[in-house]
Design a protein around this ligand. Sequence first.
Ligand code: SIN
Length: 290
Amino acid sequence: MADTSAATTDLRVTPQPSGFGAEIRGVDLSRPLPPDLLRQVRDAWIAHSVVWFPDQPLTLEQLEAFTLQIGPFGHDPYIKPMPGHANILELRREPDEKATNFGAGWHSDWSFQETPPAATLLHSKVVPPVGGDTLYADAYRAYDSLSEAFRRMLAPLNAVHSASRAYGPSGVFARETEARTMQIIVSPEADKTVVHPLVTTHPESGRKALFVNPVYTVGIEGMTREESAALLGFLFSRLTQEANVYRHRWAPDMLTLWDNRCTSHLAEGGYDGHLRLMHRTTVAGGRPTA
Ligand code: SIN
């Protein structure tokens, strides 16, 4: 049986003033968490959507094991995983790399999948001295900020999601001319589309969130391209407006866990000349529902 005896001291959850995002200390993620502690960590994650754990020098195996405590691995298409670790992506940008940093547009991970990942975990190994922050947008708050009349209008709508703009044969990675360390897989599969409710109900919190993002949401079912662009443009700007955004500054050996069902995120650049190295896993989710 796994040794969980010394897995924790005292759990301390420190939320941001807005309630969106929280730091968690007093837990050792290198060991299996006892059920009660795991429940407290999960509760904090569901309550604050993005949580981070400083000072967690995890091995790849420990990252995998903690991910599996949150839930089964998600499926990560279009990026070659680490050798010997089919469920870990290495997000690596070398000091001399000129290609745009990975994840530079606002997105919710793999929202083009029938069942997008519920969670993403990102573990920092090498953090640049400048730049390289991750920004998170609160999709609950974005929804809550809309008028009743606007919410009623959105309620029956479905949004069309696709990986085409990123990973399709005509997408940004296919057209890229600068060398990139990460091995991206461009595929015609990426041109497929999937439809999800535009407003979703979170299966655990019961709260409603805007489930759209500028990278993968390519239209609104039944609307013309012009109509979709106008409505989505408004929703994207509402989602990512400053009041809804938490800026995360990394330190080495920090683990961040976010909820893709109610957030979008963007990886900032600004660290040319410096290595940035992170390890990422995802946790499978269900089909988004209205
Ligand atoms: C991503 O998962 O989109 C990348 C986030 C980051 O590197 O900060």
